[in-house]
Design a binder for this molecule. Structure first.
Ligand SMILES: Cc1ncc(COP(=O)(O)O)c(C=O)c1O
Length: 378
């Protein structure tokens, strides 16, 4: 089976990890500081700080943005559930609005309709590596005095008009989970130009410690730190990221070219000025002859590790259908998510199928994938 994702680890990572192990300094320290500097330079932000994973990058960022219990954060339901959960985790209220069915990203016009006097922030998610409409989102945020946290967990290096995601909103959050475009096994990063948010994030991720470390603590915080062993892997991966992204884009172009012959297949749309990093290649299947699930089954029978990652958008997940059981429901009034109808999210959830696009695919793999789809649709 051609794997859906394949983390690349070679001698360089082994050597980098060995060096940290030999140094005896395993926890967050010097190596993480280097990774932060490099990642901030890569993304184009003044500040960057590592976190234990993408989830803690988002939750730490939301707290550092001073989002309070009961505040509303407008976001997309078409994502990995962690995006929304980080809002609910801190007692804030995820307000799901529909997506643009072409890009699968949050629809800015729907954001405007959802703003209330409780809205404090917008969390766009650059899904599958495709940047959201950041220009419109930042205009809306400015008009309504809202903060923007970019969930860039799937979009390391993606750009809008040449600007990297994670540097366009007020804050960005990244994941380095094992299958991500840049990975360290587990890991995360917060990026921002805002010094106050950065300083608060440093404290929140480290038990409210002051700048000078030691055992003086100034606010409730967590242990959301990232180990230097892991940051060492991240540094090697960051060096490789531009080349890996180029290969992902080339693979996607090949898919785009042959899939354009089929009216029944509609690829995720890349708007002008936007560059996706194709974390996932996920076209929609709009066919009367074959269902999406049949397509995936047939692809797998032909040795292609296909899947459908977000068949169920967040508002259809048990987590949100049962939100009254969450501890914050005693203090905060959640919408009745079961009454929510977001047709584009549901339709994309029902119709997208995902095929491998990672940089380790060989020409033979790409041929196999193309042949498989052609034969299924013939
Ligand atoms: C869009 C999105 N947000 C958040 C996360 C959470 O990141 P992590 O798994 O590193 O906690 C992920 C990871 O899968 C993600 O894809």
């Amino acid at each position: 089976m051609i794997p859906f994702a394949k983390p690349v680890v070679d001698k360089e990572e082994l050597e980098a990890v060995s060096k940290v192990l030999e140094s005896g300094m395993l926890a967050e320290g010097k190596v993480s500081r280097e990774l932060e500097k490099e990642f901030a330079a890569f993304t184009g932000t003044k500040y960057a700080t590592v976190t234990s994973n993408g989830t803690t990058a988002l939750s730490t960022a939301l707290e550092a943005m001073e989002i309070q219990p009961g505040d509303e954060v407008i976001t997309s339901p078409f994502t990995f559930i962690a995006s929304a959960n980080t809002i609910a985790m801190i007692g804030a209220i995820p307000i799901f609005v529909d997506i643009d069915p072409r890009t699968y990203n949050i629809d800015p016009e729907e954001i405007e309709n959802a703003i209330t006097d409780k809205t404090k922030a917008i969390m766009p998610i650059h899904i599958f590596g495709m940047p959201s409409d950041m220009k419109r989102i930042m205009e809306i945020a400015e008009t309504h005095d809202l903060l923007v946290l970019e969930d860039a967990c799937q979009a390391h290096g993606a750009t809008v008009d040449g600007k990297k995601v994670g540097s366009i909103g007020h804050v960005g959050a990244f994941s380095f989970y094992a299958t991500k475009n840049m990975m360290s096994g587990e890991g995360g990063m917060i990026t921002t130009d805002d010094e106050d948010i950065y300083e608060r994030a440093l404290m929140i991720k480290n038990h409210g410690r002051g700048k000078h470390g030691g055992y003086s603590h100034f606010r409730i915080g967590y242990n959301n730190r990232m180990m230097d062993i892991v940051s060492a892997i991240g540094r090697v991966q960051l060096k490789r990221l531009p080349k890996a992204t180029e290969i992902r884009r080339k693979n996607a172009e090949r898919y785009q070219r042959f899939l354009s012959e089929y009216d029944e297949i509609v690829p995720q749309y890349e708007p002008d000025g936007v560059k996706s990093v194709y974390h996932v290649y996920a076209p929609r299947l709009l066919s009367k002859r074959i269902t999406r699930d049949e397509m995936i089954t047939k692809l797998r029978e032909k040795g292609v590790g296909a899947r459908s990652v977000y068949a169920l958008p967040c508002h259809k997940q048990g987590t949100y259908l049962n939100i009254q059981e969450w501890r914050w429901a005693k203090f905060v009034t959640y919408p009745d998510y079961s009454k929510l109808s977001l047709p584009h999210s549901e339709e994309v959830g029902d119709t997208h199928f995902d095929i491998p696009v990672h940089p380790s695919l060989t020409d033979a793999d790409l041929d196999t994938i193309e042949d498989a789809i052609r034969s299924i649709l013939s």
